[in-house]
Ligand binder design. Sequence first.
Ligand SMILES: Cc1cc2nc3c(=O)[nH]c(=O)nc-3n(C[C@H](O)[C@H](O)[C@H](O)COP(=O)(O)OP(=O)(O)OC[C@H]3O[C@@H](n4cnc5c(N)ncnc54)[C@H](O)[C@@H]3O)c2cc1C
Length: 462
Amino acid sequence: MTIKADYLVVGSGAMGMAFTDTLIKETDATVAIVDKHGKPGGHWNDAYPFVRLHQPSAFYGVNSLNLGNDQIDQTGWNEGLYELASGAEVCAYFDHVMQRIFLPSRRVQYFPMSEHLGDGKIRSLVSGQMSKVAAHKTVDASYMNVKVPSVRGPLYDIDDGVACVALNELPKISRPAAGYVVIGAGKTGMDACLWLLSNGVDPDSITWIMPRDSWMLDRANIQPGEKFANSIVTGTIRQMEAIAESSSVDELFDKVNACGQLLRLSDDVRPSMYRCATVTRAELAQLQRITNIVRKGRVTHISGDTIQLEKGSEPTSAAHLHIDCSADALERRPILPVFDGDHICLQSVRTCQQVFSAAFIAHIEASETDEAIKNQLCTVVPHPNSDIDFLRTTLANTLNAAAWAQKPDLQKWLANARLDGFTPAPGTRQPAGAMPQETMSRFAQVAMPAVGNLQKLLGEIS
Ligand SMILES: Cc1cc2nc3c(=O)[nH]c(=O)nc-3n(C[C@H](O)[C@H](O)[C@H](O)COP(=O)(O)OP(=O)(O)OC[C@H]3O[C@@H](n4cnc5c(N)ncnc54)[C@H](O)[C@@H]3O)c2cc1C
């Protein structure tokens, strides 16, 4: 069978969906979407049952449809901040977008349970039928290679009889374990700890294996709307000033930490990881109740009585439950050009804002013709991993924002893009971080010295 479409989009995860939504709104193009999953939403289909967005729903999903009701949570550890969709809500939302918007447009064909083998060849995972998508352009919406623990098991050895589960299994617990060992200190590990604590587990019953401490973002600084605009802008300006004034990397982190833009678990340990993990102050206070933190590197082997790590060991027992949170959800991928002839590779153009990035790339595809200009506007900001990546992504983000600010049409698009939680909105809609003119000028004044200092500090490292 040959399927004809202008674009073949490989992946109906959040990025493939956000790209397609903007593309079909801004052009007459037809699209064929192929995905191995049976439903749109990508890794959200495999995530643990208690997962929620780490950022407000207000700027997640696709540009053309709100996710959630823009409500402020009245209870819980996210109290006072904008709502976070659950994994189930995210999946239902993307299913709605596919069934109620994309397919009725008659410009999108959807091939779930189908694997793209390359060159437009697809194979149904159910019937085995082979088809060919004859498209003018192929959009790789799978390049970010997101891996959640349920689909990527642990890389360490586990002896028979040791209870070690992905955190998807936690809600199935039917009797208390002798203790809980959370393996991994990224956002997934934090979510596992918070779930245990929210279910009344004594913090002293939790052992947290933390190969690296993490710099964290405060969710109060990642909020849409006027209610938060002033504090967010003031915080960002303070961060830029702190970056500009620092004469070393350590000083930079100390200053950015002191002005509340980056958080850490312990004042005594300098984090070496930065991956955009996002928490509230209330969640951080909960995590700080856990004192049995093991900083001895990665787990290599778990036996009935010992957890072997790269730099030591730790006692355990067959009655302990080990919770694997070690999957590298978002690894740092090599940078590829976003636009390369008839191939588009979706990557982040704003740090840790993948869906915004996918919609932005679609807009650039729809509005620009020159490939060099397209790639310049879509300079990739790869997913961070180490502490130094905080400097790299802040620099790349600021340079992209400066390039976009030169183009009034782009500013207008950004101001009306619901996925853009950050760009000030002169005139048109007043969403996100709408800033008065004098604040914008102040922002421009502090950004350039910060850029200069980031380039200097990064130059000294390399
Ligand atoms: C727990 C968790 C919480 C997160 N919270 C947020 C948040 O609050 N805000 C935020 O911005 N980001 C968040 N993220 C980041 C998140 O990864 C992105 O928001 C986004 O979901 C990534 O989507 P994607 O389309 O790049 O990848 P995926 O969801 O992995 O989708 C890729 C799709 O491609 C398909 N595919 C791959 N190869 C093939 C092939 N050969 N043939 C056919 N199909 C193929 C896969 O089946 C998959 O469905 C979170 C991530 C995790 C793990």
